[in-house]
Design a protein around this ligand. Sequence first.
Ligand code: PHB
Length: 398
Amino acid sequence: MRISRATLAGVAAAFALVAAAPAAIAQTIKIGLINTYSGPMASNGDQIQKAVDLFMKQNESKLPAGVKIEIIKRDDTGINPETAKRLAQELIVRDKVNLITGVVWTPNAAAIAPLATEAKVPFIIMNAGTAMLTTLSPYIARTSFTLWQSSYPMGTWSSKKFKTAYVAVADYGPGHDAQAGFIKGFTDGGGKIAGEVRMPPPTSDFAPFLQRVKDAKPEALFVFVPAGKSATALMKAFGDLGLAKEGIKLIGPGDITTDEELPNMGDVPIGVITMFHYSAAGDRPANKAFVEAYKKEYGANAWPNFISVGAWDAMQAIFDAVRAQGGKLDADKTMAFLRGWKNPNSPRGPISIDPNTRDIIQNEYVREVRRVGGVLANVELETLPAVKDPWKEINKKQ
Ligand code: PHB
């Protein structure tokens, strides 16, 4: 059989292509995920992990050919800035990650921030919500929320319903922000503060604080405690001490009525009003699909909360950044890409990253806990569209 030179050359070229193709585009992007997998607050870390796993399962095949994302998990065990810093250091120096993400807790995020700057490693915050965090490094972007974003409009809204409010918050960054934001909105609207108390985080003994509130007899009690088991303990103490019977209305950011803990809170939360950016009961099609996929993966009793959604949207942003760079993840190009990144179709509604502050812009919803179809749900009543972090707006921070 005679084979022409041209055919041979063609076959050789084809072989060369096949041989070269994987080497040319094979690329593993390493993501360091710092999260809370153990300790009393691990249920929050579970929300992040479930969202990351589900996102990877649904989207891994949509990466450019040959591109892999490797998630390297590390356990910060709770509010533990020293541990978080060491983990970030190891991820950067030893594992050579392209990006760091996760981080439930503000003190941990603050400890990681200088390393992101020094090493030029993008750091996408999936949860930690103190307003100033994004100002700590130009390599930080946030897909979660700020406490000002919920608490300031909650103050404004409440000033039209209540004359007096007592403020009780966890004594650390997000609590201080919730306190300042609520008080500004409430007092600007004409409301009076009946008292203020800061409670050590993470505490589950709320009775002494709530007793003071009961004695002060405010019309409303605004509370921030971290989502998860603390919020459930708070709700139990509020019920046990009979504050609702004294006519005191419980209000707050949505951290106190998170969707996955509602089934553990008895009837106490019914009627509680919160301002927040995510409810598992939201009836947007993207949310219905998200909740359905979550339940299919993790069981009928599993509920995603705002922490899951913060992680879900961070993964979307990371995948979009990788695709936009043809399968790579360069630090500066990633930060440029994230400034102004948009997702019109997040489970929580339309979201974007503010190009000036690298913080999230999102809807806030006034919600009330009601019984829907036999289960408690945060029913969305009003929508405040495209809310920017008010702390940065008021203080002209970038
Ligand atoms: C935080 O530490 O920033 C934090 C943790 C839990 C929340 C909100 C904020 O529910």
